[in-house]
Design a protein around this ligand. Structure first.
Ligand code: GTP
Length: 264
């Protein structure tokens, strides 16, 4: 359903969305589509690029980590490889994160949503000190929601689906913020199967059993664990290419913010 009352009227501060996902899940395309739709249908979002190694950002960006740290220079200066360079760049940026906060706060009057695009290698954000600093700082100051983007096309394999969900589960456990799963690329494959698996444990069991490559007992106990996890999260289908799922996504953000306000 269309949300009539602007988020801003209910939440005095911008809602921060931290967009995470495996490489190739479509984070950047998702942020691009979301930014475009928000520009068109709601208030312009405030967009922050946290990926120091991306070549180009295909959407209008308000703060870009690449303006502050030169990832190639960081690699040279500290004799680091590509991954070390990205982690160190993010660490350097995190030391100036108070300035980012000030800029978002300045925009509070007319910004409903601030979107953070993260590095392509997800663990750079989820397993680094700077990722924790950034998510904890945002979570303490603004209604903050983690948006975990999943490649639906690749997830039709139950084992891949489960691995991805376990990863999502570990991020939820670590970041402890309201969590939305975006099943992306539904223009290619509908996410209906995923909703069924998440709702009905036995349907997932059947799918796993059809897949001969699994370790039956381990899969069973893992999917039981995931069953608990599913109760705490919202899943929406989305296409970063067509924009399908936009309204549903906004409704999920709204619900996540309500959760933030009551639990955090
Ligand atoms: P990294 O740059 O590695 O972090 O990848 P990313 O997660 O930002 O993914 P990116 O947005 O670069 O998308 C990866 C590929 O998936 C690209 O070829 C996109 O065009 C494609 N893609 C992204 N979203 C969709 C979608 O909703 N539908 C379809 N069909 N393709 C998509």
């Amino acid at each position: 359903a269309e949300i009539d009352q602007p988020l801003l009227e209910r939440h005095k501060k911008p809602v921060c969305l931290i967009v995470l996902g495996m490489a190739g899940s479509g984070k950047t395309t998702f942020v691009q589509q979301l930014t475009g739709l928000l520009h068109m249908k709601k208030k312009a979002p405030y967009v922050i690029n946290l990926d120091p190694a991306c070549r180009e950002v295909p959407y209008p960006v308000n703060i870009d980590i690449r303006d502050t740290v030169n990832y190639k220079e960081v690699m040279k200066q500290y004799s680091l490889g590509p991954n070390g360079g990205i982690v160190t760049s993010l660490n350097l940026f995190a030391t100036k994160f108070d300035q980012v906060i000030k800029l978002i706060e300045k925009k509070s009057e007319n910004t409903e949503i601030a979107i953070f695009d993260t590095p392509g290698q997800i663990e750079v954000f989820t397993w680094s000190a700077s990722g924790s600093i950034i998510s904890e700082t945002l979570g303490a100051l603004f209604p903050t929601v983690v948006v975990y983007v999943i490649d639906t096309v690749r997830s039709v394999s139950p084992v891949t689906f489960m691995s991805n969900m376990l990863y999502a589960c570990s991020i939820l456990y670590k970041l402890r913020l309201p969590f939305i799963i975006v099943m992306n690329k539904i223009d290619v494959v509908s996410h209906k199967f995923a909703l069924e698996w998440m709702k009905d444990f036995e349907m997932f069991e059947e799918a796993v059993e059809r897949d001969k490559s699994h370790h039956a007992n381990l899969s069973r106990s893992l999917s039981l664990t995931l069953d608990e996890f599913y109760k705490d999260i919202t899943t929406v289908g989305f296409s970063a290419v067509t924009g399908e799922g936009f309204e549903e996504f906004l409704a999920a953000v709204d619900a996540a913010v309500v959760e933030y306000e009551t639990e955090y």
